[in-house]
Design a protein around this ligand. Structure first.
Ligand SMILES: C[S@@+](CC[C@H](N)C(=O)[O-])C[C@H]1O[C@@H](n2cnc3c(N)ncnc32)[C@H](O)[C@@H]1O
Length: 351
């Protein structure tokens, strides 16, 4: 029997969102390509879409208007049968080999594999290793940390889907947008991962000096990160900070509500953070009030808590409020966000 080399597929992609936001992400992609059709859900939040426009045209459109809930996309250019319990690298290798001419010579590449669902008797690492070796043998430089182009492999049920694309067109440089960080022993809260992911995704620079305002700072994970990068932090929260932050002279813990603090304080800040657990519109209003004190080249970052069943509506309304008075540098439901999105803001021109 000839080896299955994969059926050529055109104008398909696999998109990934949080399990609870799959439909919203689908809507975002259909807003960009109105006649695109959902083919199937491969896993909660992971769908396969038949496009009408080309991958390049869609990527161009999404660059101009990036989606908020859709966290990752990758094209499908080959489809083949796979077995969950037996690792058969040869058909995958043959399909990958056919896609090598689509990669750009001399540009750094990576293979990003996801196995959706349970019961696989092999792992993403097995596929990545095999295919990366194969593509590298064709003369392309492998760089798993900072690739310019990606061979994406998604295995789901008894099907495998492969496609190559520029990393920047995938909305995230990580397979499925799953940006994982190593847990440090000094870590104070899981929220730290949100800040790290947002800084990387939105390309925010944490200044080596200067002062940050952290609204809703407790227990202090975000404060810890900014302190480690050299900033002084004013941490506003009626709740206790982690005792490990107590003796740090670079942290001023203001034990009051953000509303009260902002009414009486006129200091200037280089960075403003807001991770307060409160109604999204109210929280956005407080961020905008705080941004009156933002240094001209400063930025703000906030999470918007979204009520179940109304996530898209509340996100849209709140982003539209923020856009009236600030520049939205980026907005995304991050891998480390649950029922919330994270928004990066800068001063509006002329303000
Ligand atoms: C999710 S936690 C913040 C976690 C923090 N970013 C970290 O990295 O550890 C939310 C915090 O918002 C605080 N908060 C809620 N409403 C507030 C308000 N009106 N003013 C100040 N803090 C508030 C809560 O006390 C809580 O500590």
């Amino acid at each position: 029997m000839p080896i299955d080399q994969g059926t050529p597929v055109e104008r398909q992609l696999i998109f990934t969102a949080d399990a609870a936001a799959g439909q919203i992400a689908l809507g975002e992609l259909q807003a960009a390509d109105p006649h695109a059709k959902l083919l199937d859900w491969l896993a909660p939040g992971v769908g396969r879409l038949a496009l009408v426009m080309t991958w390049d045209a869609l990527a161009h459109r999404l660059r101009a208007e990036p989606p908020v809930f859709c966290r990752h996309i990758c094209p499908v250019q080959r489809q083949l049968s796979v077995h969950k319990h037996i690792f058969e690298p040869e058909p995958l290798a043959q399909a990958a080999l056919q896609l090598v001419p689509r990669l750009h010579a001399g540009e750094r590449f990576s293979v990003q594999t996801r196995l959706l669902g349970e019961d696989w008797s092999y792992g993403p690492y097995d596929v990545n290793m095999r295919l990366a070796k194969l593509v590298a043998s064709q003369g392309l430089p492998l760089d798993v940390r900072d690739p310019q182009q990606v061979l994406s492999v998604v295995l789901a049920g008894n099907s495998g889907y492969l496609g190559v694309s520029r990393t920047r067109d995938n909305l995230s440089g990580w397979a499925g947008g799953e940006r994982r960080f190593r847990r440090e022993p000094e870590q104070i809260s899981r929220a730290e991962f949100k800040l790290l992911e947002a800084v990387e995704l939105f390309g925010l620079a944490i200044p080596a000096r200067g002062t940050a305002l952290d609204l809703g700072a407790a227990p202090g994970g975000w404060t810890r990160i900014l302190r480690n990068r050299g900033m002084r932090v004013v941490a506003v929260d009626p709740a206790e900070l982690d005792p490990r932050l107590a003796d740090d002279p670079g942290i001023e813990h203001v034990r009051e509500l953000a509303q009260a603090y902002l009414q009486r304080n006129g200091a200037r800040y280089d960075v403003i953070l807001n991770d307060m657990r409160m109604d999204a519109l109210e929280s956005a209003g407080l961020t905008l009030a705080a941004m009156e004190r933002l240094a001209p080249r400063g930025w703000a970052l906030m999470t918007l808590k979204l009520p179940e069943g109304h996530m898209a509506r509340v996100a849209t309304e709140t982003l539209s409020l923020l856009r009236q008075q600030a520049t939205v540098l980026g907005a995304r439901q991050l891998f480390h966000n649950r029922s919330e999105i994270t928004v990066a803001l800068g001063r509006k021109k002329g303000r």
